[in-house]
Design a protein around this ligand. Sequence first.
Ligand SMILES: Cc1cc2nc3c(=O)[nH]c(=O)nc-3n(C[C@H](O)[C@H](O)[C@H](O)COP(=O)(O)OP(=O)(O)OC[C@H]3O[C@@H](n4cnc5c(N)ncnc54)[C@H](O)[C@@H]3O)c2cc1C
Length: 404
Amino acid sequence: MKKKHTNYFTSPLNRRDFISSLALTTGAIALVGCNFNKQNGLAGEPEVRRITPPRLDTAYLGERIHCYRPMRRGTPNMSLETIADQLIVHNYGHGGSGWTLAPGSAKYVVQLAMDSEKGKAIKKDAPVVVIGAGVMGLFTAYELLQRGYTSVTVKAVSFDNLTSHNAGGLLAPVSMDNNPELQPLIDRIGIDAYRFYAEVAQGKHPHFPAGAKVMPAYFENRSESGLEPYVGKVMQPAKDVVLDFGNGTQRNMVSYDDGIFMDTAVMMESLKNHLQDKVTFEQGKVDNYASVSSLLIFDCSGLGAGALNADKEVVPVQGHLIMLRDQLPADLQSMILVYFSKAKTTSNQEVKRSFYIFPKQLPGSAANDVGVVGGTFIEGATPETPNNEEFDIMVSNARKFYGI
Ligand SMILES: Cc1cc2nc3c(=O)[nH]c(=O)nc-3n(C[C@H](O)[C@H](O)[C@H](O)COP(=O)(O)OP(=O)(O)OC[C@H]3O[C@@H](n4cnc5c(N)ncnc54)[C@H](O)[C@@H]3O)c2cc1C
C-alpha cells in the first residue's frame, strides 16, 4: 500500500492522473529490472518505473563545485570576422548547452570558414590557432584535423578544471538565450551533435570508444526538455511515465528513453588524449588577435570572449554542483531535470532553481563514487557572489523530490 501519491511539488495531480495512479498501484505487478522496474498499467495509462533514490545523506555528498556557464545573450557567436588579414572564427557563448552542441557547433564553424573566400585561400598546412581548451576548443581542433588541417595549435589560459570538465552532462539544449530566428540553426547543430554522441555511445565511433551513454532522460514536461525538435529526426517521441521511488512517492514525468548522457570529465580526457600528439598545446592568454601569428584563428574562449571581443552580451551563469559518493551505480542509470520557480539568493540575485541528477564520474574515481546533483542558474553571479547557501537548498529540494 502506498503511503502517498504526489506529483512534483510544483504541480498537483489532476483527477485523471489520480485515478490512473490508483489503478497502477493496486492492480499491477512490478517487473524488477536492474535499474528501474516497469509496471504494466491499463491501456493508455503511463508506464510506472521504479527508481531507487540515490543516497543523499551528508556522508554521501562529495565535492561542492561552483561553475560558470559562458552564455551570450541573444545567441552563441558562431560567425566569421575579418581583422586586417586575419580570419577570426567565433565559437563561444553556448551557455548551459555547450556540451549538447559542441561537436555540431565545431563542424558548423569549420565549414563556415572553409566556405569563405578568405578561408579558401588559406592552405591546409598553414598554422591555425584555436583559442581555448574547453569542449568548444577541443572539438574545434578535432574537427580541423578531420578536415585535413595539419598545423593546429590550441592556446589557452587553462587546460584543467574548466567549466567543460565540471558540467553535468545531459544532452538537452537548455539554459541558452536564443534569438528565435536562429533556433532552426541551433536545432540543426544539436541534431548533428546528437548523432556524434550516439555513435560514441554505441561504440561505433572510430576515435572515442567511451564518454557517452544512451539512457532515459526524465523531465516534467516535453517543452522544458528542449528536445522536441530532435524527435522524429534522431530521437523517439517522449513517453508519459510515473516514477515510483519505492517509498510512497511518485512523480508524473516524461521520458526520452534515447536520452544521451555525456560523461564530461571523461570525454575531456579522451579528447585531450586523442589530440595530444596531433596538435600543439600552448599555455597562455590571448589579449588581442594581432598577437597571434596565424591567418586563421578560432575563438573558443568561453567567458574570456567577453574581454577578448569587447562583447557585452557575454555573461556568466553560475551553477552549483555536488558530486556524490558511495552510491549504487546500478541505481544511477538515468537522468532527471526538473525546474522550480524563480527566487532570490541571499546576495539578492535572481536564481532559477532546479534539481538535476546525472551519473557523472570523475576519471580515476572509485566505481561507487558516481553521480552529480545540480542545479542553479544565476545570471551575472561571479566568484565574488558564491551564493553558497544554494548547495543546501539544492540537496533539500533533491530530498523532497524523492520523498526522502
Ligand atoms: C553547472 C553547469 C552544468 C552544466 N551542465 C551541462 C549539461 O548538462 N549539458 C550541456 O550541454 N552543457 C552543460 N553546461 C554548459 C557547458 O559546460 C558549457 O557550455 C561549456 O563547457 C562551455 O565550453 P567552452 O569551451 O566554451 O568554455 P570553457 O570550458 O570555459 O573553456 C574556455 C577556454 O578558454 C580559455 N580562455 C578564455 N579566455 C582566454 C584568453 N583570452 N586567451 C586564451 N585562452 C582563454 C580558458 O582558459 C579555457 O581553456 C553546464 C555548465 C555548468 C556551469
